[in-house]
Ligand binder design. Structure first.
Ligand code: AP5
Ligand code: ZN
Length: 211
């Protein structure tokens, strides 16, 4: 199955994609994680504003399409079934995606802006295994320590309040039109994202089941 998960920064795409991938035996393809793993990749020969993905990400801006499209193309070529998260983030990326693959379901996680800010500024992540926590909504058993592997949790560089605001504004300007595009095509399935992670999962899994 080819599943696309859309939603604003903090809507729960990462949380739900990981579970979907495990439950339905799909590849989790995420541009955010791929870029974080290659933050210091030298893209200076491509003549963009900045020389590494890190500079775009820490500013809350989008990494150039040429860099991201290439990552997605390679990842999707290697995947049989997949759940795609973090892409497409503008209409050009959406058009590119149409050229390289077909989709069985497009799910949109709907979450209000106030909730997004709370989720992102309170998020903590494990630098070793990638597990995801929230200081209030999904705390680890021992404060600051990963339940899965015992590593010390960190805050993502782009989860400061200032960068969060910028990411949300970039989302409104560039990515909301992508949501509208799939809505107009009649393929968008909206899921109420402001429920417990388990309840959100139940709704998303029902869509994937039928896809
Ligand atoms: P990326 O990593 O994709 O970040 P994002 O879209 O901003 O999404 P997040 O990972 O922040 O949130 P999420 O929706 O996955 O939420 P999560 O499940 O973690 O992108 C980062 C940067 O990379 C971009 O700014 C850009 O620079 C670059 N980039 C990436 N893709 C790109 C592209 N295609 N083109 C160009 N540039 C690109 O949940 C958030 C928090 O809420 C967690 O703490 C979690 O525990 C908690 N939570 C989750 N679900 C619930 C719930 N139901 N109730 C309460 N709390 C919850
Ligand atoms: Zn861990």
């Amino acid at each position: 199955k080819h599943i696309l998960l859309l939603g604003a920064p903090g809507a729960g795409k990462g949380t739900q994609s990981k579970r979907l991938a495990a439950e339905f035996d799909l590849e989790h393809v995420t541009t955010g994680d791929a870029l974080r793993a290659n933050k210091d990749m030298d893209i200076s020969d491509m003549d963009f504003e900045y020389d590494t993905p890190r500079e775009y990400m820490d500013a809350g801006e989008l990494v150039p399409d040429d860099v991201v499209n290439e990552i997605v193309k390679t990842a999707l070529r290697e995947a049989d079934g997949y759940v795609l998260d973090g892409y497409p983030r503008n209409l050009d990326q959406a058009e590119y995606l149409t050229e390289i693959t077909d989709l069985d379901a497009v799910v949109y996680l709907d979450v209000s802006e106030d909730e997004l800010v709370d989720r992102l500024t309170g998020r903590r992540v494990c630098p070793d295994c990638g597990a995801n926590y929230h200081v209030e909504f999904a705390p680890p058993e021992e404060e600051g320590v990963c339940d899965e592997c015992g590593a010390e949790l960190i805050q993502r560089d782009d989860d400061t309040e200032e960068t969060v605001r910028e990411r949300l504004s970039v989302y409104r300007e560039n990515t909301e039109p992508v949501v509208e595009h799939y809505r107009e095509e009649g393929v968008l399935v909206e899921v109420e994202g402001e429920q417990t992670p388990d309840d959100v999962f139940e709704d998303v899994a029902a869509v994937v089941e039928d896809a």
